[in-house]
Write a protein that binds this ligand. Structure first.
Ligand code: CDP
Ligand code: MG
Length: 664
């Protein structure tokens, strides 16, 4: 009996979902769309955010029988969106996530033998080409959110265009939320464009009279003003990253506390890439009666995720954007003004279910004269080393003359080739070497893969993959509770003794393993257990990859020099020597610093190599390791000459002494 009740409940839930699906703007065009897909191999699909492209098209294709011939892949530029849409679609189809509908993101494969609809990051589909160059197991590839023009999506355009003639049965869909579809169409010689008419509501756009000195504060004040004075409707605030969002969340919580009972409750929902998935789901939950929701989001809410019932958008006009200097090879993530196209997308998010209002926290003249029309595609402002290694592994050699939608700067391509050559991944003719082939097997930055491949020579692959796994989880290992700051600092510094520098990450990992993955231990040391679990998971996968490329898992934990030499084998291009209290990078000299929170800050070794540079108030080296300068010449004789690493200071002193002795 209870079973029957459960079943009928599930059925009515499915029926309700079906009703919802029928209300989406794409639904009336279902049959027409399927017909167009049937008739053309490549189709460009344009429809406003929220029309149902991402969640519906793969389902329509499945219903029309495409999954009988192979998998349907739908790519997303962002991890969070990939997981979230896969979860939504599995729900709509009434199946368990990971069964018929699954997702694949780096280091996390949530698919099974049953999977027929696979949401995946564009980076993961790019990697699929390595194992299956003609994508034989797929019947449809949908490159979604194409307007975002991420590096991987741009590369995929070229790869799918190449295989199309050999796979006449493979359907290629390029879907986009903006109107630059002509460009996509032209690239595919030309492909027809299918437009899904939107149901647009009017959006009132407001500018500020003068520029804001502190956009974060202005955003918070505006959100509170809307909350107190405007009719019901949820608010979406665009901020640039996790830190800003957390600050805004805290301030908003604090300021709403004093508002009294007359003002409705304000539900604060953050969303950014590193937010645990349980919390991410909160943004889609309906706002309780009488309350108002404020979503604090990164660019992810611009087009990748549709949040219903947003009526007010606050747009400070900034986003975090990668920029790359091909001359120095340095990449940085900077807070940058958005483009006009982005500003339009943001504004539109307020008018999905009714008339909306957008508050731009900058003056109208700024919008007109200072913002670029479009965001520059990532391929033109990023480090290409990873992608060049991938393309080389796929046998694509003449990169300078490859058919890109927008070509990368030649300088950036050359820089990538140069670095891959220095790492030993390419030979003098630019051909992939054995080392390069091994490196390409790892879904990591080439310097990290080289470090792993080199660890074989130093018999410390066991330690090195722990370090690589810890580096891959980014900057979210330690946390610092406000009431226990000293305790947290001490806990962190505890792992830094012995001068391994920030690669003390290995120590953190080993201690966690020794203590049997204890939650209590994480708590006591102010370490995020979620990060540690993820590191363990990544490490297991790296161990699997080592086995695949036949590198033995060997441990050499007592030989710190061996471990540091392995690290040097990958990161030698990023060396710096101590100078006047800070550091100077050896190649392309620039002044950099050890972060004060680092264990090495107190030791101040003469020579270090670093994992990456992060620009905050200064250029800081993240994860620095002490090394002996002669290793640079020993490990990378083609890259460093003796004169690069000779300690100029001591040399001068020596010469001074000689002079002194001569005279006396
Ligand atoms: O891809 P496009 O922007 O055209 O739309 P979509 O992502 O397929 O969204 C269609 C509908 O599904 C919207 O009403 C979303 O709010 C909803 N959706 C959701 O509720 N939860 C998700 N994780 C993703 C979409
Ligand atoms: Mg979408």
């Amino acid at each position: 009996m209870g079973d029957l009740v459960e079943k009928s409940k599930a059925k009515s839930a499915l029926e309700a979902v079906l009703e919802e699906r029928k209300k989406l703007p794409i639904y009336p065009y279902r049959d027409e769309l399927l017909k167009a897909i049937d008739e053309h191999q490549v189709l460009i699909i344009v429809g406003e955010t929220g029309s149902g492209k991402t969640t519906q098209i793969p389902q329509y294709l499945h219903e029309a029988g495409y999954t009988k011939r192979g998998l349907i892949a739908c790519t997303q530029p962002r991890r969070v969106a990939t997981m979230s849409v896969a979860a939504r679609v599995s729900q709509e189809m009434g199946v368990k996530l990971g069964h018929e509908v699954g997702y694949s993101i780096r280091f996390e494969d949530c698919t099974s033998d049953k999977t027929i609809v696979k949401y995946m990051t564009d980076g993961m589909l790019m990697r699929e080409f390595l194992g299956e160059p003609d994508l034989a197991s797929y019947s449809v590839v949908m490159l979604d959110e194409a307007h975002e023009r991420t590096l991987s999506t741009d590369i995929l355009f070229g790869l799918v265009k190449d295989i199309a003639p050999f796979r006449p049965d493979l359907k290629l869909l390029i879907s986009s939320a903006t109107l630059d579809a002509e460009k996509f169409s032209d690239y595919f010689d030309p492909a027809p464009i299918f437009k899904i008419p939107g149901r647009r509501n009017p959006v009132e756009i407001n500018f500020t009279k003068a520029p804001e000195a502190d956009y974060l504060d202005a955003a918070i004040v505006t959100a509170l003003q809307i909350h107190v004075t405007q009719p019901p409707g949820d608010i979406l605030v665009f901020l640039t990253g996790q830190e800003e969002i957390e600050t805004a969340e805290e301030i908003l919580k604090h300021r709403t506390r004093g508002l009294g009972t007359k003002i409705a409750e304000l539900m604060i929902c953050p969303i950014y890439a590193n937010l645990p998935s349980e919390l991410q789901a909160k943004i889609f939950e309906p706002t309780p009666e009488g309350a108002r929701k404020v979503v604090l989001a990164t660019n992810i809410a611009e087009t990748s995720l549709t949040i219903d019932r947003i009526k007010y958008v606050i747009d400070p006009g900034f986003c975090k954007m990668k920029s790359y200097n091909p001359r120095t090879g340095m990449e940085s993530l900077l807070i940058t003004p958005i483009s006009k196209a982005s500003a339009m997308q943001r504004a539109c998010r307020s008018g999905r279910t009714g008339p909306g209002k957008c508050f731009r926290l900058y003056p109208a003249y700024n919008f007109q004269s200072d913002l670029d029309d479009n965001t520059i595609p990532e391929i033109q402002r990023t480090n290409l080393t990873n992608v060049v290694l991938m393309l080389k592994s796929l046998g694509i050699n003449d990169l300078l003359h490859s058919d890109f939608m927008d070509p990368p700067p030649a300088e950036a391509l050359l820089k990538a080739l140069e670095l891959l050559f220095a790492l030993g991944a390419l030979n003098k003719l630019g051909e992939l070497t054995k080392v390069g082939r091994l490196m390409a097997e790892f879904p990591l930055d080439p310097m990290l893969s080289k470090m792993i491949v080199a660890s074989e020579n130093y018999t410390c692959s066991d330690e090195i993959i722990s370090i690589a796994a810890m580096l891959s989880i980014g900057n979210s290992i330690f946390y610092c509770p406000k009431d226990k700051q000293v305790h947290a600092d001490n806990a962190r510094l505890n792992f830094h003794s012995g001068n391994v520098g920030d690669h003390a990450l290995m120590k953190v990992y080993n201690s966690w393993k020794e203590i049997n993955y204890s939650t209590q231990w994480c708590y006591e040391n102010c370490i995020h257990i979620r990060s540690m679990k993820r590191a363990t998971d990544i490490r297991d996968q790296l161990a699997g990859l080592l086995e695949r490329v036949e590198i033995k898992l060997t441990s050499n934990s007592s030989d710190l020099d061996a471990i540091k030499k392995s690290i040097t084998s990958g990161f030698f291009p990023q060396s710096a020597r101590s100078q006047n209290g800070s550091y100077r990078t050896v190649k392309h000299p620039q002044t950099v610093h050890i972060h004060p929170s680092s264990g090495l800050a107190h030791v101040h070794p003469r020579w270090v190599i670093y994992h990456e540079l992060v620009l905050t108030t200064k250029e800081y080296m993240r994860q620095a390791t002490e090394l002996s300068p002669d290793w640079l010449v020993e490990i990378a004789p083609h890259y460093y000459q003796l004169k690069d690493v000779e300690d100029s200071v001591s040399k001068k002193t020596l010469r001074g002494l000689e002079f002194y002795f001569l005279l006396h």
